[in-house]
Write a protein that binds this ligand. Structure first.
Ligand SMILES: NC(=O)c1ccc[n+]([C@@H]2O[C@H](COP(=O)([O-])OP(=O)(O)OC[C@H]3O[C@@H](n4cnc5c(N)ncnc54)[C@H](O)[C@@H]3O)[C@@H](O)[C@H]2O)c1
Length: 345
């Protein structure tokens, strides 16, 4: 039977990869995209079908998740919801956080209210949270019970949304599942994020700039693995997943300096072209995810090996220069440090 999935933020990095994955793998699903097409979203990220108003597999609505009337109209014929839409760049949240709280918190409230209203037909509501809600790792691997100590305005907005969805599950019994992906990488990621920025810096013949001494470490999971995890969560039996939080991670952390060095080496670039800017305020020192819960419940495990995932990502950026050239000016974000100095991060 055909099911309609409402995908918010589907024109961004993970959302668009998810839509490509669903259309290629599940013929029984139709997609409705709700995206505000901010600087981070692009129609080019979506399959060609999306630009065809008569497509029977994917419909696109340009609008905000904060518009509750629009959200309710689209929710009225949805069977499932995957909510990606958010402002997502930590550094940007340091100099302009208003839209982060509007979209990430109030947008999630509008989505959750509509799920309550149409609870009789919504089978699953996947809320895409983030590992950033944890702050710096207090344990070797962070499981879903790790304390929530969000360190940036982005992380605190996402933390508010994460707990909002949990409270709606407790209060109204909506079929919510919260996923906390660790750092993602892969095709179509915006140039403001570290891995695309490093790769395109090499392609542009520039220095690769690293925050602080580059010792901050992250657990990078390939976007294809994240998409498989979310797809598994929408089809899983309710008693295994509803009301639960799931990490999506690999369990391996890598320093940002190490990643810059690996990219330079893999692309045959001069290692001396790595330079350093000031540390990002409230930098999270380490993220390492424990993914045993989702493995135990659904048998999911990360399949994309770091080396090959990085190589194919580099390849994608080599072959898609017209896609990313338009974003070059958005890579460096000005922030005012506590000492009052303006730095470009
Ligand atoms: N990229 C990562 O490493 C990562 C890791 C963990 C969690 N996440 C979460 O996954 C989700 C997707 O992240 P991403 O990296 O694909 O983000 P992205 O910035 O690439 O895309 C965000 C999308 O949301 C849209 N959007 C923004 N404001 C909107 C609004 N008011 N209404 C409707 N659409 C709006 C944008 O136009 C864009 O298409 C986010 O919720 C993010 O917090 C991302």
């Amino acid at each position: 039977m055909t099911k309609n999935i409402l995908v918010t933020g589907g024109a961004g990095f993970i959302g668009s990869n998810f839509i490509h994955h669903i259309l290629a793998t599940y013929p029984q699903y139709r997609i409705t995209v709700l995206d505000a097409f901010t600087y981070a979203g692009s129609i080019e990220n979506l399959p060609p079908d999306a630009q065809d108003a008569g497509s029977d597999r994917v419909r696109v609505w340009c609008g905000s998740v904060c518009n509750s009337d629009l959200v309710q109209t689209l929710m009225a014929d949805a069977d499932m919801v995957v909510h990606f839409a958010a402002e997502t760049h930590v550094t940007r949240s340091i100099f302009d956080n208003l839209t982060f709280f509007q979209t990430d918190v109030l947008g999630t409230q509008a989505i959750a209210n509509a799920v309550v209203k149409y609870a009789h037909r919504i089978e699953r509501f996947i809320h895409v949270s983030t590992s950033e809600v944890y702050g710096t790792a207090e344990t070797p691997a962070m499981d879903e019970d790790h304390p929530l100590n969000p360190a940036s305005p982005y992380a605190s907005a996402k933390c508010g949304a994460d707990r909002l969805v949990y409270s709606y599950w407790r209060t109204y019994g909506i079929p919510a599942v919260i996923v906390r992906p660790f750092n993602n990488f892969g095709p179509r990621q915006h140039l403001e994020k570290a891995i695309p920025r490093f790769i395109t810096s090499v392609l542009l013949g520039e220095d690769l700039t690293v925050h602080g001494d580059g010792s901050a470490a992250r657990d990078f999971v390939h976007v294809e693995d994240t998409c498989r995890a979310i797809a598994a969560l929408i089809t899983a039996p309710a008693d295994k997943v509803v009301g639960e939080v799931f990490n999506i991670a690999t369990g391996t952390d890598r320093t940002i300096l190490g990643i810059a060095q690996t990219i330079a080496q893999t692309m045959g670039y001069d290692a001396d072209r790595i330079s350093f800017v000031g540390e990002r305020p409230a930098q999270v020192e380490r993220h390492t995810g424990d993914w045993s819960k989702i493995e135990g419940r659904l048998g999911w495990k990360p399949l994309v090996v770091w080396d090959s995932g990085l190589a194919s990502t580099i390849d994608w950026f080599r072959q898609n220069r017209p896609w990313w050239e338009k974003q070059v000016w958005l890579r460096r974000v000005p922030i005012t440090t506590r000492s009052g100095r303006i730095e470009y991060h």
